[in-house]
Design a binder for this molecule. Structure first.
Ligand code: AMP
Ligand code: FE
Ligand code: FE
Ligand code: ZN
Length: 291
């Protein structure tokens, strides 16, 4: 049983269509796949259609761009009602913030002598619900300015680089609350990864658990063996669900192949159990796992 609970499609900054993502998962021998595009449920319907065809179990989810104590935090939300207004209001603020800074980034790149236009970025972002830095990066690749997304972030778009522009992120406490109200469950993505929370310890993670956090993503490419061992111990001590995932972005991220990390079946079962409880508590109509 191979379970991959964190993947991206063209609905955000992955390079596969949602249906293509599901087919690629089937080809990679994945039995259970969560689609978790950044700040959007836009890929769910297409992915569900493909999942039913190829026999992959699909978990609808999203990765919410949040912020806690001044740091960027990615929060995976599984099975929330995607129509819950306080949730969509927060997601719209992120998506609008992400789009509205693109012209500013283009201006800064042009000031550096790079001949990039809004059309270049629009072409790169074709089909996405969440135009962001990765699409500006793709435009820079197409223009031959950089080799790949990594280089674009390292030279221009990353934190502290000349074309970096900040954007809105959901206060983490609000993100935890609205997902619970929407009947979903939350798992903190790559908590000890690059640009993350700043390695939250057991106490910090315990505080987030009290605010509703259900699990932590232990097995992720950003975590070395030592980090994984320590996070697994923290999850066990606190009773948090421990997940493992690829964070696949298609060709958009190197070394994140589907199934490169996976979630244990018993951890997945606990996550589904908690999602069921959250759904009942919320009184809302929440999406079902497909397949
Ligand atoms: P944005 O929300 O527009 O600020 O874009 C952030 C997204 O860019 C992250 O969620 C990552 O998926 C992606 N990203 C960040 N750093 C890199 C990198 N070095 N290479 C490729 N993608 C990256
Ligand atoms: Fe991404
Ligand atoms: Fe992330
Ligand atoms: Zn991700």
């Amino acid at each position: 049983m191979r379970i991959d609970l964190h993947t991206h499609s063209r609905a955000s900054d992955g390079t596969d269509t949602p249906a293509g993502l599901v087919r690629a998962a089937a080809d990679a021998g994945i039995d259970v796949l969560a689609i978790t595009d950044h700040d959007t449920a836009a890929g769910w319907a297409e992915a569900a259609g493909a999942a039913a065809e190829v026999g992959v179990e699909l978990v609808p989810g999203m990765e919410i761009s949040a912020r806690h104590r001044g740091r960027s935090v990615h929060l995976l939300a599984y099975l929330p009602d995607p129509t819950y207004a306080p949730l969509t209001a927060q997601l719209d603020l992120v998506l609008n913030g992400r789009e509205s800074r693109v012209p500013v980034m283009i201006e800064r790149l042009r000031a550096l002598g790079i001949d990039i236009t809004a059309d270049d970025v629009r072409r790169a972002a074709d089909g996405t619900a969440a135009t962001g830095r990765p699409h500006v990066a793709d435009a820079l690749v197409t223009l031959g300015v950089v080799r790949d997304r990594d280089e674009a972030f390292a030279e221009y778009l990353g934190w502290g680089k000349p074309a970096h522009v900040d954007r809105y992120a959901v206060p983490l406490v609000d993100a935890l609350r609205v997902v619970a109200e929407a009947g979903g469950v939350t798992v903190i993505a790559h908590p000890w990864g690059r640009g993350g929370l700043g390695r939250p310890d057991d106490q910090a993670l315990g505080e987030l658990q009290e605010l509703g956090l259900a699990g932590i993503e232990v097995d992720h490419q950003d975590h070395d063996d030592r980090a994984r061992a320590r996070l697994r111990a923290i999850a066990r001590d606190l009773g948090l669900v421990a997940t493992g995932s690829s964070d696949y972005h298609g060709d958009g991220k190197n070394d994140h192949e589907l199934g490169c990390n996976t979630t244990a079946p018993e951890e997945y079962a606990r996550l589904l159990e908690l999602a069921g409880e959250a759904s009942r508590r919320s009184g809302r109509v929440t999406p079902a796992v497909v397949g």
